[in-house]
Design a protein around this ligand. Structure first.
Ligand code: SF4
Length: 380
């Protein structure tokens, strides 16, 4: 199938792996930033295909994972109100807060609805003028334009009973934060393809220059990831540190300018807390003052909620590339997707959830390696 099978060709994968092996002279640690890339890597066993000494570690780019527990509890407090219709994409409904999830609230009589576009909230608002419609606006730069469009249209069209609960985070400050950590192991990045389709990749250039790290904006299919790894390795082995674009069939340096214009007309940059990581300065969006009538946090005045993550959970270290799911004593025992203890298991896009989904809690590493090597043409 065009655009799918052509990026899953085991013969080509084998050639790239051969080239990686040919040029590698020492061990390297490379981080893939996006949760979608992590899933592709674990699903297709790309980490098993790589030559020994090229280690992929998993980054913070899973939007559900990094949404703070406090924000999830705030969403639940709003969703429990009788005067509210609470709207969300489906992936947030199973995410547990301190007391249950949105499905629980729905089963207890809360009006919680799954929408497929934030703009669906405008229709719901017009059909329910006596209710307050709240959309849970989470995610990275990728989802910001559609959320901005909802607020912008609500203001333009005078739909006053629509608001959004904003928990948007931004990728470049998280990369800078990882690189500033004294525990950092990451020497190169596979950059976030979907985020850069909106934002372009200019803002990664000063980070690459300042920290002297290669950043290769990379897609999500197996050959994308292998090619992105090869481009990163070529830079590392030759001592270069630049931003390169592996995903040129989708994006360019400038990104989608009309989408950016819309985003910055509605949002401004502010500090944000990341689940498992902590507060990162200037790492998220908040609504501009002109749109305060559509800001659910201001409208509902939900008090700060004190939350505690389980002590056993190392998801913060996983999101920074310091550790991996197997390093957690609770992985696959106390913690699984039905009973997630931490950020990287709550979302299907999280690294712990990916390892679990593809059976890495069940099989020995060597058995997995062999199966995956043969499924991709025996390249390992
Ligand atoms: S397996 Fe669970 S407890 Fe362990 S790091 Fe992952 S999310 Fe946290």
């Amino acid at each position: 199938m065009k655009y799918l099978d052509e990026y899953r060709d085991g013969r080509l994968a084998g050639k790239i792996v051969d080239e990686l092996r040919r040029i590698q002279t020492r061990p390297w640690v490379i981080m893939e930033v996006c949760g979608g890339q992590t899933h592709s890597i674990v699903k297709h066993g790309i980490d098993y295909l790589l030559p020994e000494g090229i280690e992929l570690v998993h980054g913070p780019g899973c939007p559900v994972c990094v949404t703070p527990l406090e924000m999830i509890d705030k969403a639940h407090a709003i969703a429990r109100r009788q005067d509210v219709i609470f709207c969300s994409f489906g992936d947030m409904l199973r995410v547990p807060g301190s007391e249950g999830d949105l499905f629980t609230i729905k089963s207890q009589g809360g009006d919680v609805r799954i929408v497929y576009s934030p703009l669906d909230c405008l229709k719901i608002a017009r059909a329910n003028p006596d209710k307050k419609i709240v959309f849970f606006a989470i995610g990275f730069e990728t989802t910001a334009p559609a959320n901005a469009m909802l607020v912008w249209r609500a203001k333009q069209e005078g739909v006053k009973n629509v608001s959004i609960l904003v928990s948007h985070v931004l990728v470049p400050p998280s990369i800078a934060s990882i690189l500033q950590s004294p525990l950092n192991r990451v020497q190169g990045f596979l950059g976030p393809g979907h985020v850069c389709a909106i934002m372009g990749y200019r803002e990664y250039e000063p980070i690459s220059a300042r920290f002297k790290v290669p950043i290769v904006i990379t897609g999500f299919e197996p050959l994308d990831i292998l090619q992105g790894t090869l481009m990163t390795l070529r830079q590392l082995e030759s001592g270069r540190a630049e931003v390169e674009n592996q995903y040129s069939r989708v994006l360019d340096r400038d990104g989608n300018k009309p989408a950016q214009k819309l985003v910055f007309s509605v949002f401004e940059i502010g500090d944000r807390k990341w689940r498992g990581v902590g507060s990162i300065p200037k790492s998220g969006y908040k609504l501009r003052w002109e749109f305060r009538e559509h800001d659910a946090e201001k409208l509902f005045d939900v008090k700060e909620i004190d939350t505690h993550e389980p002590a056993v959970c190392i998801s913060g270290q996983i999101l920074k590339g310091i550790k991996k799911p197997h390093d957690c004593p609770a992985f696959g025992t106390q913690c699984d997707p039905q009973h997630p203890l931490g950020a990287t298991m709550v979302s299907a896009e999280g690294a712990c959830a990916a390892y679990y989904a593809y059976g890495r809690h069940l099989k020995k590493e060597q058995e997995n390696k062999s199966a995956i090597a043969s499924s991709l043409g025996g390249a390992a």
